[in-house]
Design a protein around this ligand. Sequence first.
Ligand code: IMP
Length: 191
Amino acid sequence: MHKVVFVTGNEGKFAEVRDILKPFGIEVIQDKNGYPELQEDELEPIAAYGAQYAANKLKMPAMVDDSGIFIKALNGFPGPYSRFVEDKLGNSKVLKLMEGETDRTAYFKTVIGYCEPGKEPLVFPGVVEGKIAYEERGTGGFGYDPIFEYQGVTFGELGDAEKNKVSHRRRAIDSFLEWFKDKLENPESKN
Ligand code: IMP
């Protein structure tokens, strides 16, 4: 069994990642102590720095996950500031910012950062494209789920099981897994 520490305070995310990686012989252990979050316009450097910090501190392979929603009409806002905006403004005020905007294009993105002690960090992005709804719909999920429409249905309406099949987070984990499986098969060639 390969052990990886997942640094997150979010139990839901931890359970999802643990369950996906277990059949591949990866045991995921939760660490709730957090990591310093750089102030950057992109998620990649935040995730890379967090994973490297955690791997060197914990002396174990470490993984972090940084996500956000990027709205085209708002030039990508709130992006890496999604948690702050969710806490301070909430979905109703984000919808207000979108009043009069006909281009509702948006995407959710997760970047998984992974690092082994003393090595360089790697990043694995996952994106799901959709649209900002005109009003909140659905009671499932969390955060921006009720205002994010994927193929006409909001993530709040879709339910966790269906969302987790197509979500940005799922796609980022799948991308990490592809790399990890390759590394197991060719141990000398990667990282
Ligand atoms: P985190 O980096 O995954 O904690 O995400 C930062 C913020 O983005 C969260 O506080 C949420 O507001 C938002 N967010 C991330 N992923 C999702 C999602 O799957 N659904 C809805 N909101 C999300």
